[in-house]
Write a protein that binds this ligand. Structure first.
Ligand code: ZN
Length: 239
């Protein structure tokens, strides 16, 4: 799980489910029993949950237990969990793309990636012809439904969904612009203010969590001082 997911689980989802079910939210054994049931395998610790399918399953299950309609809708339509994740990824892509369509001052003036949004609208118009200028499709209209295509040789294959097509087109545009600017992925993500999962950023976040818990962040034998070029600027860390 990501730190945000863990915090949401422990501070929000689990206590709500406990309130609804009359459980003690401090009962760790109960928590492991419920989380294990949610993912369908025995867990020794919540840290064994992965940040995609497991987290979605836990969220649905706890939402069901808390009788939260918004969360349980995905129990009926599981594909919505994936579509929502793809849209979240695309929104991060737009913030990254915006770095190369604007200057620093423009980005300070507004938090919404306006120029990247226009770029996205062009991609959508381009790819999905039925999206007219009068009635453009938005990110929320695009689906993750995959059609089955057939090659000339008669072999069937899953075609990328609308959301996947847009994500791939944006990824190509971003990569070209990032390379032309001489930025690393880390540089770009810091400028865009999106979560960076490079080694240096993960290490900084891990140290922060350990400091909060009063534990030793460094495994035995670890080098206490990372190489200077790997050290991110803590002032610019997006957490
Ligand atoms: Zn980074």
């Amino acid at each position: 799980m990501t730190d945000n997911q863990r915090i949401n689980l422990m501070a929000n989802l689990w206590p709500k489910a406990c309130r609804a079910q009359g459980w003690n939210s401090g009962d760790r054994a109960k928590r492991m029993e419920v989380l294990s049931a949610a993912v369908g395998r025995p867990l020794a610790s919540a840290s064994q949950l992965n940040n995609t399918t497991d987290y979605d399953a836990v969220k649905r299950h706890l939402g069901f237990l808390a009788d939260n309609l918004a969360a349980t809708v995905e129990t009926i339509k599981p594909e919505q969990g994936r579509a929502r994740r793809l849209r979240a990824t695309i929104r991060e892509q737009l913030r990254c793309l915006n770095v190369y369509l604007t200057n620093d001052a423009e980005r300070l003036l507004t938090s919404s990636p306006t120029k990247a949004d226009k770029y996205l609208a062009e991609i959508i118009r381009d790819k999905f012809k039925h999206a007219s200028r009068a009635q453009p499709l938005t990110l929320d209209d695009l689906t993750d439904e995959s059609d089955i295509g057939t090659t000339r040789a008669g072999v069937t294959y899953p075609k990328p969904s609308q959301l996947e097509q847009v994500m791939m087109a944006l990824a190509r545009a971003i990569q070209a612009k990032r390379k032309a600017a001489g930025d690393t992925i880390h540089d770009m993500k810091l400028k865009a203010g999106v979560y960076c999962d490079c080694k240096a950023c993960c290490r900084v976040r891990a140290v922060v969590v350990h400091v909060q818990h009063g534990t030793n962040p460094l495994p035995p034998g670890a080098v206490a001082n990372p190489q200077p070029e790997e050290m991110p600027d803590p002032e610019n860390e997006p957490f």
